[in-house]
Write a protein of this length. Structure first.
Length: 262
């Protein structure tokens, strides 16, 4: 009960603040209820001033390509590491594990230099490639699922004349649905909420704004406009809430099956 109260309180405060007029926001504390719960001025101002239409469009494009690329690269690499025994297989696995232990902030200087040399800074393409980079957690999720799929399926398909690509896309890919859902949830939430790299590499805050960086418009040296920020936060929460409501069965199924595999 206490944990639920602590988790819900910031959301309640955010809703209360978003529904207050400028005068109410300036003259009342955060827990004072607004006089008019249907006041929508803050939401209109947040949508227009933060250029949220462009932010949602950019975030949608980024999400589609990042999720598609992460699922394809992660599952293909896991397929190779699990199904094919070759010199260096164990080394590659250990290198991915070593990379997962490195703090991301420690590699930002090198990553920024690479992005600069390839002229990928301040472009959606560069940011998508950066976010679509090999995800170690996704690879190991797919490897765990492959280990529970009998290799006899591959052999039977190959005996019937199927190529390795055919085995992967026609036989194994449909069986990876729970793993794909799990990876898409983890990667999608991280990409949708990602702020640091979006703020660093997408420097054109008008044309290349994302959902996570759009609310930066309401911060400044003289203070932050929290009534607009809270309204913008609620707007950004709505798509994720709708996805969860309409896809909760698939989400729970993917996470549950992903937890027991291995």
């Amino acid at each position: 009960m206490a944990g639920a109260f602590v988790s819900v309180t910031p959301v309640v405060v955010c809703v209360i603040t978003a529904c207050k007029t400028e005068k109410e926001y300036a003259s009342t504390n955060v827990m004072t209820l607004p006089q008019n719960w249907l006041y929508g001025g803050n939401f209109i101002q947040a949508w227009n001033q933060a250029n949220m239409a462009t932010a949602f469009r950019n975030s949608l494009v980024i999400l589609v390509f990042v999720l598609l690329g992460s699922v394809l690269t992660g599952s293909m690499l896991a397929y190779i590491l699990n199904r094919f025994k070759f010199l260096g297989n164990g080394l590659i696995r250990n290198l991915f594990l070593f990379a997962a232990m490195l703090p991301g902030i420690a590699m930002q200087v090198s990553v920024y230099q690479l992005m600069y040399e390839f002229h990928l800074i301040n472009t959606l393409t560069g940011y998508i490639i950066l976010m679509m980079g090999t995800d170690v957690i996704s690879i190991y999720i797919f490897i765990q699922f492959f280990e529970n799929i009998p290799i006899s399926l591959d052999e039977s398909a190959i005996m019937d004349g199927c190529t390795y690509f055919g085995v992967f896309f026609r036989v194994l890919m449909p069986l990876l649905k729970p793993a794909i859902i799990t990876v898409m949830i983890l990667k999608g939430v991280g990409t949708y909420n990602e702020y640091y790299m979006a703020n660093l590499y997408l420097q054109d805050k008008n044309r290349l704004v994302t959902v996570a960086t759009s609310l930066y418009k309401f911060t400044g040296p003289l203070g932050s406009q929290y009534n607009y920020i809270c309204a913008g936060v609620i707007i950004t929460l709505l798509p994720a809430l709708f996805v969860f409501i309409f896809c909760q069965k698939q989400i729970y199924s993917g996470l549950t099956q992903g937890a027991v595999k291995g």
